[in-house]
Design a protein around this ligand. Structure first.
Ligand code: CP
Ligand code: NVA
Length: 301
């Protein structure tokens, strides 16, 4: 593994290995066992979109691993004034040991990896959010004790989260169903791959998708960069909500995940969110452990 650009680049064994390292790092942190394996290493973190969890988990993660993290806002970088990604990649490769980038186009992340000579980590694009899904799989394994014989139902927009969850679940042998309005399905190539490689359904029918699910997941109706569509999306997605009626068709012990930030009363009710707060905030915490696992896998000598 040279980069983390998208989950489809990883083998199931590589994913499980990252989850195992993340569990170990969580254990070491909780027990005060030092793990400064990245002493003297620096990670650049380019942000072209807002972030709370991704920024803090990578920044604190580098600190706890004994290294250093630089927050690089595209508002301040020359990349924001048009310096080509090919040049940025080669310059940053001379200073840093790794780059984490959150941006719009997947191609920008892929180009950074292509032209640079250090590991590149995708901290979210319009296409996918692999770091979040590693934390999600870690949380599922923690709460369910296994990744076997499970069904996940994703409710809402076929966005970056849906794409990565679909790939992560199918690679781990988890059945994946998505309920979304027509026209808002996940990436077509990924859906084709999912149906050829596992149990996958995509339907506008919420109740059908959620039936007997072990894990219900949702995400915002309008992602970053879609602010102008927010009002229109509120109407289109109005029924695509995790609420108590939907929970009643899932398994009685179904867990709920949300990558956050959440919009209570839109994609999830406050009641369901609070009833599953332990799972959802474990998921947020696990960003730290999962991101540290990625950093070690890519940057440790
Ligand atoms: N879930 C997630 O990536 O959160 P941030 O946007 O706060 O980083
Ligand atoms: N789909 C959301 C995820 C935020 C973590 C977005 O892209 O804004």
């Amino acid at each position: 593994m040279k980069h983390l650009l998208k989950l489809s680049d990883l083998t199931p064994e590589e994913i499980v290995n990252l989850l195992d390292i993340a569990d170990q790092l969580k254990y070491e942190k909780k027990n005060g066992i030092p793990h400064k394996h990245l002493e003297g290493k620096s990670l650049g973190m380019i942000f072209e979109k807002s972030s709370t969890r991704t920024r803090v988990s990578f920044e604190v993660g580098m600190y706890e691993l004994g290294g250093n993290a630089l927050f690089l806002s595209s508002n301040d970088l020359q990349i924001g004034r048009g310096e080509p990604v090919e040049d940025t990649a080669r310059v940053l490769s001379r200073f840093l040991d790794g780059i984490m980038i959150r941006t719009f186009e997947q191609k920008e992340v892929e180009d950074l990896a292509k032209y640079g000579s250090i590991p590149v980590i995708n901290g979210l694009t319009d296409y996918c959010h692999p770091c979040q899904v590693l934390a999600d799989l870690m949380t599922i394994r923690e709460h369910k004790g296994t990744l076997k014989n499970l069904k996940m139902c994703f409710v809402g927009d076929g966005n970056n989260m849906a794409n990565s969850l679909m790939v992560g679940c199918i690679k781990m042998g988890i059945e994946f169903s998505i309920a979304c309005p027509s026209g808002y399905e996940p990436d077509a190539d990924l859906m084709k791959w999912a149906s050829e490689n596992g149990k996958f359904t995509c339907t506008p029918d919420l109740m059908l998708a959620a039936k007997d699910a072990d894990i219900l997941v949702t995400d915002v109706w309008a992602s970053m960069g879609q602010e102008e569509e927010a009002a229109m999306r509120k109407k289109i997605f109005a029924d695509y909500q995790i609420n108590s009626a939907l929970m009643s068709v899932a398994k009685p012990d179904a867990m709920v995940l949300h990558c956050l930030p959440a919009h209570r009363g839109e994609e999830i009710t406050a009641e369901v969110l609070e009833a599953h707060a332990d799972e959802i905030f474990d998921e947020a915490e696990n960003r730290l452990h999962a991101q540290k696992a990625v950093l070690l896998a890519l940057m440790k000598d």
